[in-house]
Design a protein around this ligand. Structure first.
Ligand SMILES: [Cu+2]
Length: 457
């Protein structure tokens, strides 16, 4: 959970304890640090207007302090070690111990003061993407402010004049710093607690890295051929599920700070886009979707009523983005006859396994030795077998009767009897009296009644 201990014990990745002690004596608010990569409980407001706090997937919300009516936050830009999945850690740059940085939440009408301490080896800034603020607070190095030198703290202070969903990221050496993972969400809740109120409100950022298997550092010069497609710098199977109680009103806010678009597809529902980083979408301007393309440098929020129980897949619909550590220079062997060449190769390399002659699904089930610090391209297990996914994939778990503050994984969905696709063995199952069986397979139609159906009886 929240770790408010001082940087004194935070390890060698920061500039040093002395620098912290000195700035602390200068009256800076605490800079909380997060050490866990798992989803933290939402930060329920304890003062000011009520709102439904967001849940940051595999992330957390930055606590603030009130100072004479101003909400004060303290972001620390610094090198971090981010666990992207069990068995895979990346050396990234981020904020307050993690990458992405913590979600900042505040309320329309608030005045915020955000201290930004730079513990990177080079200068930085923060740009508040989509927010309406004085030009000098916009965070563009050289254009609206001098860059924040390494070791210095700058202050951003402005009024939050509109509610909505925004992002923050550097605007100095932006290519390197965003490729290293410097980004976060900034959610401004409406002043009216009933406006656009939902029961569950999830946020995550799309990001991408190119990290060679066996290495830890992203190749920051890569422009297109990334191999780690992430939500909040996590990859399947270690992106936490989106846990929802049946009949909840649910919002999912997705920001894209990669260099390509991502059509986010959720199974089991249709839904509507209700917010962009430009603001709320009026009800009469919405249309139904089942996939939402999230453009580069943009945010889309969609909402649905969680009436359908189940384990519903949610993923990017670019099929290479639901893979981990993937090489693209692999020939296609589907249909090739490799038995002769396999025996020849095995004389030199006894462990050689021919791959791809029947498709690639074998990859998900066989366990080959991997280099350190990487995870298989296709992986993950469900109650019925290998899921064969990776990267940008998770599960929306809708269950009856989940407590409003419970986001813990409820386990596998228990399908009602007769509602799971089944193998045809030549006979339809006997008709059952359970309602679930109605959706399984149509029973043999009853004989047509002889009576006509003129509609005038
Ligand atoms: Cu994608």
């Amino acid at each position: 959970m929240m770790n408010r201990r001082q940087l004194l014990g935070a390890g060698a990745t920061v500039v040093g304890a002395a620098a912290w002690t000195k700035t602390s004596a200068m009256g800076l608010p605490d800079a909380p640090i997060m050490e866990s990569a798992s989803t933290q409980s939402p930060l329920v407001p304890t003062s000011g207007p009520d709102y439904q706090p967001v849940v940051t997937l595999n992330g957390w919300t930055l606590p603030h302090k009130m100072n004479n009516g101003v909400k004060e936050f303290h972001l620390v830009a610094e090198p971090v070690e981010r666990e992207m999945a069990d068995g895979m850690t990346a050396y990234l740059w981020g904020y307050n111990g993690q990458s992405p940085g913590p979600t900042i939440e505040a309320v329309e009408g608030d005045r915020v003061r955000i201290f930004v301490t730079n513990k990177l080896p080079e200068h930085t800034t923060i740009h508040w993407h989509g927010m309406i603020l004085p030009c000098g607070m916009d965070g563009v190095a050289g254009l609206t402010q001098p860059a924040i030198p390494a070791g210095k703290t700058f202050v951003y202070e402005f009024d939050l004049v509109k509610s909505g969903t925004f992002m923050y990221h550097p605007h100095g050496d932006e290519m390197v710093q965003m490729a290293m993972g410097m980004m976060g969400f900034f959610v401004i809740h409406p002043k009216d607690p009933q406006f656009m109120r939902v029961d569950r409100d999830f946020v995550f950022l799309l990001n991408a890295y190119d990290i060679d298997p066996g290495s830890y550092l992203p190749r920051v010069m890569e422009m297109t051929d990334f191999n780690m497609w992430c939500w909040n710098s996590r990859i399947f199977p270690d992106i936490d599920p989106l846990v929802v109680s049946r009949n909840d009103r649910v919002r999912v806010r997705v920001g894209n700070l990669t260099m390509t678009n991502h059509p986010i597809h959720m199974h089991g529902y249709d839904f509507e886009v209700t917010c962009t980083d430009g603001g709320w979408v009026k009800p009469e301007a919405r249309w139904p979707e089942v996939s939402i393309d999230i453009p580069v440098g943009a945010m889309r929020a969609y909402e649905f009523n969680a009436v359908h129980e189940g384990d519903w897949a949610i993923h990017c619909h670019k099929s290479h983005h639901t893979m981990n550590a993937m090489g693209h220079d692999v020939p296609t062997f589907i249909g090739a006859e490799k038995s002769r060449v396999t025996s020849m190769i095995r004389r030199l390399q006894p462990d050689y396994m021919p791959m791809g002659t029947r498709g690639m699904a074998d990859m998900a089930e066989m366990s080959m030795p991997l280099p350190d610090n990487t995870i298989p391209m296709m992986t993950g297990w469900g109650q019925f077998g290998a899921i064969e996914m990776g990267g940008m994939f998770s599960v929306v778990k809708v269950r009856e009767g989940i407590a409003s503050d419970d986001y813990s994984d409820p386990g596998d969905y228990e399908h009602p009897p007769g509602t799971v696709a089944y193998e045809w063995t030549g006979d339809l199952p006997a008709a059952s009296s359970t309602t679930g069986a109605k959706t399984q397979a149509p029973a043999k139609p009853a004989p047509e009644p002889a009576a006509g159906h003129g509609g005038h009886d």
